[in-house]
Design a protein around this ligand. Structure first.
Ligand code: NDP
Length: 480
């Protein structure tokens, strides 16, 4: 069976303690490779390599750094097919999704930051007749990037690319559940001519390798995307060490539909925003609020479209939904369906596991699920499920829907459907969220700030925000 390796100091290597863990294929439920179960000793090796590489990488001209990163982006593109297949196999997502979203967006992330750094200027503040301030923005040194399993390479690159572009050396850990494309990235870094030790990729468990990254005194910043509870732990651990922290955490996003919306556009986008990637996107709109006058029409058409949605193994071109990422996750999602029933909800469609024909009979497939009849403040409507499960709830007024939308601990994104421009602006202003889409969903412009409020996180990724995070400002004053 294939054994993945860590990528440290420009080379693939076995974990120091020689321990490996199984990696499951969600589509079949079977182990298909093993990954290093890294420990603090592997993190130490990576830190030594990164320390050695830092003067080389941070001392390189921005132009040279940019060229290597452009090559990295092109290297992924050149191996598109290999990356797409690996992502789909590792995560369970339809091949078409990996081909149209995950891998192309990872390519764009590297390309964007490789070129953004060429335009990144620092400020100067003139004091008439007194002197001038100029602000240097220096890289931080060694930084840690920890990412989740839902959009594996895409979110990995969203952190690594700005960190590298700004001149930092990186120690990164993908989720233990989806390590494969991060593993492949090492080869691309070698081919792109990235100096040894600049990018180090470790595999293993969050509580071991991840924790060792968070606790290492020489790692100056942690950029983390994952669950709110893990984020809380990381903040507790890293904050007393005065590390810079960027935390992109969970969400329970509202999708608010007014009667005056473009119904057809709303319906097809709502299908995607509910179930894309098996509902495992932090931006999915899992709480759908519908203005009462169109509630029945929406319910009938939405439920019928959801019931017709094809759940199939990821290689099937007809698959709209593939497998969810792991057995424990599938069980967690199903337990929320049971909770919803206990809380008085009615399952309108879905709510169960799908057993496929061999060889996929042990895969983790779930029918997309729509539930109604729940109170806005019940657990099903307050806790993150992170699977193909949405609730639908009618509302009568703007005030009422705002109150329900803002009632959770989260505040990542929100979607609004209306043709009333004034209302759209009014609502966008009042919704607790870092990102609001009006008559759209998941439209991304890499220059815009990305992140959440409340328990959805601290800090922003994207554009200048990311480059600011991965640099330290130093103000210098010169007297005239
Ligand atoms: P987790 O929080 O379980 O894990 C995220 C990453 O952190 C993984 O690499 C994990 O490793 C690692 N980790 C776990 N424990 C620790 C620790 N103690 N110290 C350091 N690292 C640790 O999240 P999931 O992977 O389950 O991802 C799903 C979550 O991510 C959802 O809540 C979702 O909303 C959120 N998310 C947020 C996004 C955003 O932009 N706001 C975007 C995408 C997802 P391991 O896998 O080995 O446990």
């Amino acid at each position: 069976m294939e054994k993945l390796q860590n990528f440290i100091d420009g080379n693939y290597c076995a974990p120091v303690e020689g321990q490996y863990m199984d990696n499951f294929e969600p589509a079949t439920g079977k182990v298909y490779c093993q990954i290093p179960n890294s420990t603090a000793k592997d993190v130490e090796l990576a830190v030594i390599a990164a320390e050695k590489a830092y003067p080389i990488w941070s001392g390189m001209s921005i132009d040279e750094r940019s060229k290597i990163m452009v090559k990295l982006s092109e290297g992924i593109e050149a191996r598109m097919d290999e990356f797409v297949k690996a992502e789909s196999r590792d995560n369970g997502k339809p091949l078409s999704l990996a081909a149209h979203v995950d891998i192309p967006r990872a390519v764009s992330n590297f390309h964007f930051f490789a070129t953004a750094i060429l335009h990144y200027a620092s400020e100067s503040h003139n004091m008439e007749g007194v002197g001038v301030n100029y602000t240097l923005r220096k890289p931080l040194g060694i930084v840690g990037c920890i990412s989740p399993w839902n959009l594996p390479l895409y979110l990995f690159s969203w952190k690594i690319a700005p960190a590298l572009a700004a001149g930092n050396c990186v120690i990164a850990k993908p989720s233990e559940v989806t390590p494969y494309t991060a593993y492949l990235l090492g080869k691309v870094a070698q081919e792109a001519g990235m100096p040894a030790g600049v990018l180090n990729i470790l595999h293993g468990q969050g509580g071991a390798a991840g924790d060792a990254i968070v606790k290492h005194p020489k790692i100056k910043a942690i950029s983390f995307t994952g669950g709110t509870q893990t984020g809380e732990y990381i903040a507790r651990t890293a904050a007393p060490m005065f590390k810079k922290l960027s935390l992109e955490l969970g969400g329970k996003n509202p999708n608010i539909i007014f009667a005056d919306c473009d119904f057809k556009d709303m319906l097809s986008t709502t299908l995607r925003s509910s179930f894309a990637n098996q509902g495992q996107i932090c931006l999915c709109g899992s709480r759908i609020f519908v203005e009462r006058s169109i509630y029945d029409k929406f319910k009938e058409e939405f439920v019928s479209r959801v019931a017709d949605t094809v759940v199939a193994h990821p290689d099937d071109p007809k698959a709209k939904l593939g497998a969810v990422v792991s057995k424990p996750h599938m069980e967690k999602v199903l337990s929320y369906v049971e909770l919803a029933k206990e809380e008085g909800g009615t399952v309108l469609t879905g709510g169960e596991r799908v057993i496929m024909d061999a060889p996929y009979e042990e895969g983790y497939y779930l029918r997309p699920t729509v539930i109604e009849g729940l109170k806005f403040d019940c657990r099903t409507n307050q806790e993150e499920i992170f699977g193909p499960v949405v609730t639908i709830t009618p509302f009568d007024t703007e005030e009422e829907v705002l109150m329900m939308a803002n009632s959770t601990q989260y505040g990542l994104s929100a979607t609004l459907w209306t043709s009333d421009l004034k209302r759209a602006h009014r609502m966008a202003d009042k919704i607790d969220a870092g990102i609001v889409w009006i008559n759209a969903w998941l439209v991304r412009d890499l220059r815009t700030p990305f992140g959440g409020v409340k328990a959805s996180g601290v800090g922003r990724e994207g554009g200048w925000e990311a480059l600011r995070f991965f640099t330290e400002p130093k103000n210098v004053f010169v007297k005239y």
